[in-house]
Design a protein around this ligand. Structure first.
Ligand code: FAD
Ligand code: NAD
Length: 462
């Protein structure tokens, strides 16, 4: 059997694992990364990137379709036509460019990429089944970055018309009727995209409202948009199995109902791959279904670290990347610890949602006194000129020092504001810092400036 020795072995080349490996390579650490799939993980192959490509294509199609029936801004268009197979091919091209790019970056950083399924023997030995036969890797430090996978409902196992997000990102025909089980991140991002592509969409959400991880004020413009798009929303409703005729059985607040559907997309959350691949044999301390880690991503076993979705919420690509970078620097001997004040969360619905830090609702639940300022895009010149005024920017701060504790926004294109919001929190900005910063005119970003002015009691444009 072929044998490889290294200082650092990373299992999983998703955003956590590949960033960890590249940074370690840059720092001269002898690094091997193993993945059974093309590098890039869930995010690049079947997650963030393909979903955002589909969402963008759906938005473009929808815009042309609307202009063909309802001229706007003096513009009209002929009937829009869609070839979903060609859209998927375009999306696959982007995925291939990015996964190929990661492989190049790993090579440039002198990281050895081993393709195959890894099986952990002990904290220092891993066996990999590669297409060329088994390889045994001996390492000084092991990083588990095995990510997560979709949760399957026992009554709705994946297969046939019941599909996962991965299947939904590979359809070549728009389903006539799409039932979405779970009105969270994936269900709404993809449900809205398919509605724009022409599917008749019903969303079945168990909680009393969509996106229960965000506050009601923030999600209201999204709920209103669902109605405008003709998406049927059933809240407080649980999906059962399929009836004999293939309809989706739903138990709702108003009783039971069968929903006719050509495809049933199940998006009820993701579970960490925290026990498979021989991880269970290490008997690591767990935090619920996740591997327990400390502020340096160390597990309960010396020399074994864990990063990304396998370590807990929020299961987001940029958190995994930041952990991966930190772990690489630790392995290279630098003094590092997890000291982030904010992990931005973005939901690519229509309109988009951004949240950084705490909301007024969370402050109230913690019994904290805060000042808040909200500025609607209806009073923002750029939003008006873009023809989309839904949503707002909202800021939450301490009443005594005015230190900003949280910023949220909902509106068209607000995802691009997430970095600025996170920077404000990381820098410990006060309301006066943002209010005293010149924000370019006319931009949607002025809404943050005005929200801070409003929290200080002297907004100018409202
Ligand atoms: P993963 O990306 O899951 O990578 C783990 C890797 O480990 C995989 O490549 C897997 O093949 C490999 N692996 C596992 N076990 C083994 C083994 N035994 N041997 C070899 N290889 C193994 N997050 C965002 O921040 N923004 C978004 O817009 C966003 N959109 C998403 C859309 C969808 C549809 C989905 C499903 C997820 C989305 N996410 C998004 C979440 C994001 O994809 C994850 O948070 C991120 O990929 C986690 O990175 P990771 O490195 O922890 O794990
Ligand atoms: P989610 O946790 O966002 O949403 C799942 C939803 O399903 C919840 O609202 C829950 O109440 C509902 N639900 C659970 N069981 C149900 C049932 N039996 N019937 C009806 N509803 C039920 O999970 P997801 O949408 O699968 O996404 C998984 C994770 O992927 C997210 O938590 C996030 O970490 C990541 N993600 C992030 C992005 C982004 O950053 N833009 C996009 C997609 C996915």
């Amino acid at each position: 059997m072929r044998e490889i020795q290294c200082r650092l072995l990373v299992i999983g080349a998703g955003p956590g694992g590949y960033v960890c490996a590249i940074r370690a390579g840059q720092l001269g650490v002898d690094t091997v990364v193993v993945d059974a799939e093309p590098p890039g993980g869930t995010c690049l192959n079947v997650g963030c990137i393909p979903s955002k490509a589909l969402i963008h294509a759906a938005e473009e199609f929808h815009r042309f379709e609307q202009l063909s029936s309802t001229p706007s801004m003096g513009i009209s268009a002929g009937p829009a036509r869609l070839d979903l197979g060609a859209t998927m091919a375009w999306k696959n091209g982007i995925v291939e460019r990015l996964t190929g790019g990661v492989a190049t970056l790993l090579r440039k950083a002198r990281v050895r990429l081993v393709t195959g399924r890894a099986n952990i023997r002990d904290g220092k030995t891993v066996l990999v089944e590669t297409p060329e036969g088994p390889v045994q890797i001996r390492t000084e430090v092991l990083v588990i970055a095995t990510g997560s996978e979709p949760i399957e409902l026992p009554a709705l196992p994946f297969g046939g018309k019941v599909i996962s997000s991965t299947d939904a990102l590979a359809l070549t025909e728009v389903p006539g009727r799409l039932a979405v089980v779970g009105g969270g991140y994936i269900g709404l991002e993809l449900g809205i995209a398919y509605a724009k592509l022409g599917a008749e969409v019903t969303v079945v959400e168990a909680a009393p409202r969509i996106l229960p991880q965000y506050d009601a004020e923030l999600t209201r413009p999204v709920a209103q948009r669902l109605t405008q798009l003709g998406i049927r929303l059933l809240t407080g409703a649980r999906a059962g199995g399929l009836s004999d005729s293939g309809a989706l059985r739903v138990a709702g607040v108003d009783g039971a109902e069968d929903i006719q559907a050509d495809k049933v997309l199940v998006t009820v959350g993701r579970r960490p791959r925290a026990t498979a691949s021989g991880v269970a044999g290490l008997r690591l301390e767990m935090a619920g279904p996740f591997i327990r880690i400390d502020e340096r991503c160390r597990t309960s076993m010396t020399g074994v670290l864990a990063i990304g979705d396998v370590t807990g919420e929020p299961m987001l690509a940029h958190r995994a990347m930041a952990q991966g970078e930190m772990v690489a620097e630790l392995v290279a001997g630098q003094r590092r610890a997890w000291d982030k004040r904010a992990i931005p969360a973005v939901c690519f619905t229509d309109p988009e949602i951004v949240s950084v830090g705490i909301s007024p609702e969370e402050a109230a639940a913690e019994g904290r006194e805060v000042v808040t300022g909200l500025f609607p895009f209806a009073a923002n010149g750029r939003a008006m000129t873009a023809g989309d005024e839904a949503g707002f920017v909202r800021v939450t701060a301490r009443p005594d020092t005015h230190e900003v504790l949280g910023i949220q926004a909902v509106g068209a294109g607000v995802a691009e504001m997430a970095g600025g919001f996170a920077l404000a929190l990381e820098m410990g900005a006060r309301l006066e810092d943002i209010a005293g910063t010149i924000h370019a005119h006319p931009t949607r970003g002025e809404a943050l400036h005005e929200a801070c002015l409003r929290a200080l009691g002297h907004a100018l444009h409202i």
